[in-house]
Design a binder for this molecule. Sequence first.
Ligand code: UD1
Ligand code: MG
Length: 468
Amino acid sequence: MTVSPQFSRTESWALTTLTIACFGVLANVFQGDGNPVSASLAFSGICYTSTYCMIKWLGATFIKANLKGRDMSKLKKVEIPEAMGAVAAIVYLLAIITFIPFPFYKDIVTATSGGGNRDFVIEAQHIETGRLLHKFPHNKLASYLSAILSLQVIVILGIGDDLFDIRWRHKVLIPAFGAIPVLIVYFVDFGVTQISLPTFLRPYVGGRELVDLGVLYYLYMAGFAIFCPNSINILAGINGIEVAQSLVLALLILLNDVLYLLPSAPYPHPAIDSHLFSVYLLLPFVGVSLALLKHNWFPSKVFVGDTYCYFAGMLFAVDGILGHFSKTLWLLLIPQVFNFIYSAPQILHLVPCPRHRLPHFNVRTGLMEPSRVTFERPLRPIIQTVMKIAAAVKLLDIKTDESGNIIESSNFTIINLWLVWFGPMREDRLAMGLIALQIACGLLGLFIRHKLALLIFTSDNLQHSSII
Ligand code: UD1
Ligand code: MG
């Protein structure tokens, strides 16, 4: 079933009410001292309603422009609009650009004699209007703009991928180009390349707590920016999973941010600005993603396309890099990291990799089953041994011929593995199971970050206001 441009009466009422309420909040914020958090929440609401409507209005246009795909896991394989994540991404970008006046204020007041000359420069007093209300000085604006630039680059490249279906070996590197603006501004503006070491490693570096990674830190950040978008794009192929996992990740990062902004957290704290910054980047993302999920959840009326996967992943990467909390992000990305490592033999072509690895839809039962790859040529003995060990511990489902050669295996993705473990199930139950796993891993990750990390680091920066 494809998306329709008609709105039900309830839909119209709900969307109109929410839009008016959000504009009301914005008008209020503008007249008062300006509370960027309330403004960001209002922007998030407007993002939701506008993405929701735009997707409905543009569905037919996308199909006409050949941006369409067949849902392979349905009885009737109808074509539905593809790359709708582009709509969500563009609404998001416009929202965070329009949001700029709310968190930033003029900290340098200039007087001009005309022609754009800055004759007098007077430093304005930094105004703190309260714990959550304070605004950022202009130096943060550079970081904010670099985030926007990086996201714009990735959206353009993502749309290119959705239009031209770029080959996998090329598209894996697309996010590296997207990361350039953030990395350059990080270098010019921030430049911190030190990491704090766990206690057990310190004796090897003369007892120091911090080590400077220099250029290696930039390589690490570029690697992180390549990993995030691709890891979301390969944990895909069943209705709703790309958006739902991104939404869960955004909410978990927001939960971590809130821990630093609660009245009980130490104040003032050097990490507060980074986490406030992260809140401003993520709230509108939650708005656009919720609207996209409404149309993309089982049974999907639209597909999100690679644009959304790249955009969402790049947003997390940018957020982690600029907020200097990429280590915490790795803990939230446990399912993606597992899926990436588990997929590696197919991605690196040690084992043949079909164009699509999404689970197989059984037309007789209507349930999803693990999709399989058959091997026309015998695999190398070492690979066969590893695969047999993996099958013995239920990490793969393999089939062998009379002489013991592996002739078939389930595809190497966490989605197929879930089906190997729990048996065939309906597509939406499969998605819900994987999302529950994402939530559980994320909460465990945050627990490790703030409680168990104390076992290997001398302090958790949530408790101590002096350490970033
Ligand atoms: C990645 C995966 C591929 C998986 C695909 C599904 C790797 C290396 N690549 O490829 O194995 O099959 O994502 O998104 O892991 N589709 C559905 N139902 C859905 C979502 C997508 O049938 O819920 C199909 C549609 O035909 C859609 C297509 O997948 O048009 C989109 O595939 P695309 O995003 O282009 O695949 P890749 O990202 O290249
Ligand atoms: Mg994809």
